[in-house]
Design a protein around this ligand. Structure first.
Ligand code: FAD
Ligand code: NAD
Length: 443
């Protein structure tokens, strides 16, 4: 009889682990338990369904349960794993549709339980008209809510707040973005926050920074947000104030967490318990610039975690190489890409961090339609070691961040960047690539 792999959670980390394990070792019995009604989808596409650019939520699904079944992977939606006994290698599952509990067993287990929105302790969040955005179900609820809504308030100007502000404007809503810190995207440096603020305001978003939200007012249905700076009327409130890893089940079964509060794993995504692996937003990664565990809850990372765990369980040699913290998102006309550490973060970490920030263009100055593009480079004084960077552009030009990310993985320096042979033609770049122009500014 083949060995049995049970995967808990079926979105990015879990679906990747299940598919890879079955593909590499068809003898494995593979079962995925997912407590919601959806599996294997790109939550990253949710803002574009809300904006109307993608017509239906179903478009975000990569593989349906039926497609999994045809590949020999059993997927059980609406099934929640409520307990695991790692000694006996058994689990207790609650079927939400049949309302019954049953036992199952495993030889290998993948914990891919993801993350959940972290709500600030603000009175009034339990009212109608208040939403978070994490899952397809959240997307469904928000799509319905958008029909009658006119004025939205968004708490948090991080990734979700910024992407959804654009979506709500595209639906014709008035939007106020309320951020606790002094700028949008406060985990990155001021210059990028300034560019974002201008872009948001140019597109009619009211941006309130350094604002403390005191309460959500209403009589069971939200009517306004009470803040330290005044009252914002709103018939729809999105709370996008960050997320936390879903580690309760892992902790209850004795799986060790790392210093970030997510599950600690080795390069093979193996936890401290025999036969138990973790993948996706519930698990830590190793940060190649910081040289320590780091929590980077992103979709591409979740897929890589899952693929690694699946391959290892199938008996293949595989390792997850770690992260440098690369991300990109769209806010109206701007693409904002970052990698490694911001200067503020690098200074906090004790690096002698310096930065240059330049404005260039995404094509030759004479090429019709070329647009401004900005580069920030963060490096260590003395050694010139690259620590991080950002590229802000009006389109795909921001993807030159990937050259910088590759250098960070190698521990590269500003000299290494200057020696790179980068692509050039007038529609795509000035003759000196903006990354090279920034590197030339380093004294
Ligand atoms: P999750 O997506 O959280 O899935 C975990 C699943 O486990 C859930 O469906 C949950 O129901 C299930 N589960 C939990 N506990 C149990 C249990 N006990 N039993 C059974 N099932 C259980 N990342 C990017 O890299 N780029 C982007 O552009 C991007 N955009 C995003 C936009 C939005 C709006 C959101 C919400 C996220 C975005 N992300 C993006 C992040 C990305 O979606 C996540 O990193 C990814 O979904 C993580 O996948 P996961 O499988 O680890 O966790
Ligand atoms: P986030 O951590 O990106 O941003 C949260 C923001 O809320 C921060 O700016 C924080 O200062 C602010 N905040 C916290 N408490 C507040 C309060 N009480 N009042 C007002 N502001 C407050 O988290 P998110 O936007 O919820 O996104 C969750 C996760 O989803 C991200 O960490 C990321 O992993 C993922 N995501 C990624 C992308 C992408 O890569 N393009 C897009 C969307 C989501």
């Amino acid at each position: 009889m083949g060995k049995r792999l049970v995967v808990i959670g079926g979105v990015a980390g879990g679906a990747s682990a299940a598919a890879k394990a079955k593909r590499e070792n068809p003898e494995l019995e593979v079962v995925v338990y997912e407590k919601s009604g959806w599996v294997s989808y790109g939550a990253c596409g949710l803002p574009y369904v809300l904006s109307g650019e993608i017509p239906r939520l179903e478009k975000l699904v990569a593989r349906t349960p039926e497609e999994f079944r045809r590949q020999g992977v059993e997927v059980r939606t609406h099934h929640e794993v409520v307990d695991v006994d790692p000694e006996l290698r058994t689990l207790t599952v609650f079927d939400h549709q049949e309302r019954r509990t049953f036992q199952d067993r495993y030889d290998y287990l993948v914990l891919a339980t993801g993350a959940r929105p972290s709500l600030p302790p603000i009175p009034g969040t339990e009212q109608e008209g208040v939403y978070t955005l994490r899952s397809m179900e959240d997307g469904e609820s928000l799509l319905k809510a958008l029909k009658g809504a006119q004025r939205a308030a968004i708490l948090g100007a991080g990734y979700i707040g910024l992407e959804v502000a654009e979506a709500f404007r595209k639906r014709g809503l008035e939007v106020t973005l309320l951020e606790l810190k002094d700028r949008p995207l406060p985990h990155w440096d001021q210059e990028v926050g300034n560019l974002l603020k201008e872009e948001l305001e140019r597109h009619g978003v009211e941006v309130w920074t350094r604002v403390e939200v005191k309460a959500l007012r209403g009589q069971g249905r939200v009517e306004a947000v009470e803040t330290s700076e005044g009252v914002v009327p709103a018939d729809l409130v999105l709370v996008a104030t960050g997320i936390k890893p879903n580690t309760l089940l892992a902790q209850a079964m004795g799986v060790a967490l790392g210093p970030t509060g997510a599950i600690a794993t080795d390069e093979r995504m193996h936890t401290n318990l025999e036969g138990v692996y973790a993948a996706g937003d519930v698990a830590e990664s190793f940060h190649q610039v910081l040289k320590r565990p780091y929590w980077l809850p992103l979709g591409d990372v979740a897929n890589k975690h899952g693929r690694t765990a699946g391959a290892v369980i199938a008996g293949k040699e595989a390792r997850f190489a770690g992260v440098v913290g690369t991300a990109i998102f769209k806010a109206f006309g701007l693409a904002v890409a970052t990698t490694g550490l911001s200067q503020e973060a690098a200074l906090r970490e004790g690096f002698q961090a310096r930065k240059v920030f330049i404005q260039s263009r995404d094509g030759a100055h004479y090429y019709p339609g070329s647009q401004p593009l900005w580069v920030e480079l963060i490096y260590e004084e003395g050694t010139g070691k690259l620590l991080g960077g950002a590229v802000v552009a009006h389109g795909h030009g921001a993807l030159r961040i990937d050259a910088l990310a590759a250098l960070l993985h190698q521990g590269g320096t500003v000299e290494d960047l200057l020696s790179l042979d980068l692509a050039y033609a007038p529609p795509y770049s000035p003759v000196w690539d903006p990354l090279l122009i920034a590197a030339q500014q380093v004294k």
